[in-house]
Design a protein around this ligand. Structure first.
Ligand code: HEM
Length: 94
């Protein structure tokens, strides 16, 4: 449990802070806006979680068989839903 909390809690927050810093440095107008109005920080964090998320996908297990396009996925399959690219049509970094 401790390893789970350390890995899950550290990797996510560290990368979110780093990704947010890079995103703001790449957009000086946005950086100035936040510097002049710290009240924007909660919105910056929320937008960073969407735009440059440290988590690019989530695992889910199917409870019944389901068609995905032309593919029949059996019940009990573990799928990773990669939502990262869907959150940012102007994706530039991997
Ligand atoms: C920016 C910060 C964080 C992000 C983006 C994040 C994201 C996520 C995501 C997407 C999941 C999977 C949820 C799901 O599958 O439904 C998850 C699970 C989890 N996270 Fe985080 N997390 C963050 C911070 C933390 C921190 C600080 C901790 C612990 C101190 C933590 C502990 C956990 C644990 C224990 C789980 C597994 C929960 C379960 O399976 O019931 N996370 N997190």
């Amino acid at each position: 449990m401790i390893v789970n909390l350390m890995l899950g809690g550290m990797e996510t927050t560290t990368n979110l802070i780093g990704n947010t810093t890079i995103a703001l440095l790449e957009d000086p107008a946005e950086l100035r806006a936040v510097q002049h109005n710290p009240g924007l920080v909660p919105r910056v964090v929320e937008e960073s979680l969407r735009h440059v998320s440290p988590i690019q996908g989530m695992f889910r297990e199917t409870t019944e068989e389901v068609w995905l396009g032309d593919t029949l996925v059996p019940a009990g399959s573990v799928l990773e839903l990669m939502f990262g690219s869907a959150n940012r049509p102007d994706f530039r970094r991997s």
